[in-house]
Design a protein around this ligand. Sequence first.
Ligand SMILES: [Fe+2]
Length: 228
Amino acid sequence: MAAHDIAVSDTRPPLDPLSERGWSLHRSESANADATVSELGKLGDRIGTRVGGRAGALEEVIEPHSADAAHPRSLSARYGLGALPFHTELSHRTRPCRYLLLGCIDPGSPAAATMLLDWQTLGFSPEELNLLEATPMLVRSGRRSFYTTILAPGGAFLRYDPGCLEAVDQRGRIALALIENRIAAASPQAHQWRQGDILIIDNWRVLHGRSPSDPASGRRLARILIDA
Ligand SMILES: [Fe+2]
């Protein structure tokens, strides 16, 4: 397990490991759930402005859901308790949130890891980056569906979510297959949660996923989404 980068009480800005590798780990001083959620909010408010999640809430508690119990357009609806595939949070918005903060209320037993993968390590060639930046894709999100590209102009962020992203032509299918193949061959980092852990993830750079889970595990993570 990685050493903790800074304590929450530390006065240094929480951005250094975040800018180096796209995510950073912090530790709430108290293992108490309320303290973890409060530290999560403080860290988030230091780096930007909160945005609402799928149901509009500025702060959510996420738990493993079976496919039946999940929001119909969530990844859990498709993948249930199996491994949740790598994705960009809020891919169904025209501008996905910049940061995702997760705080561990209960790691659960058995525990499920959060998987982290920096898309800039996937080895895309200039031609492949062009393909990802230029190929139209459909983001399917009910009446708010829209066309976009996987890579934002200039590579500002990568939008990838197999739950809502669809190819509209052969180039789109090639682009999706390219990402799937690179992810399958990558060596992601696995974060094994401990109560009180807080992860700040640069959602424009680092894809996240979850190892297989169990509804009875008791795993609970607090989540806030930040624009900056
Ligand atoms: Fe997510």
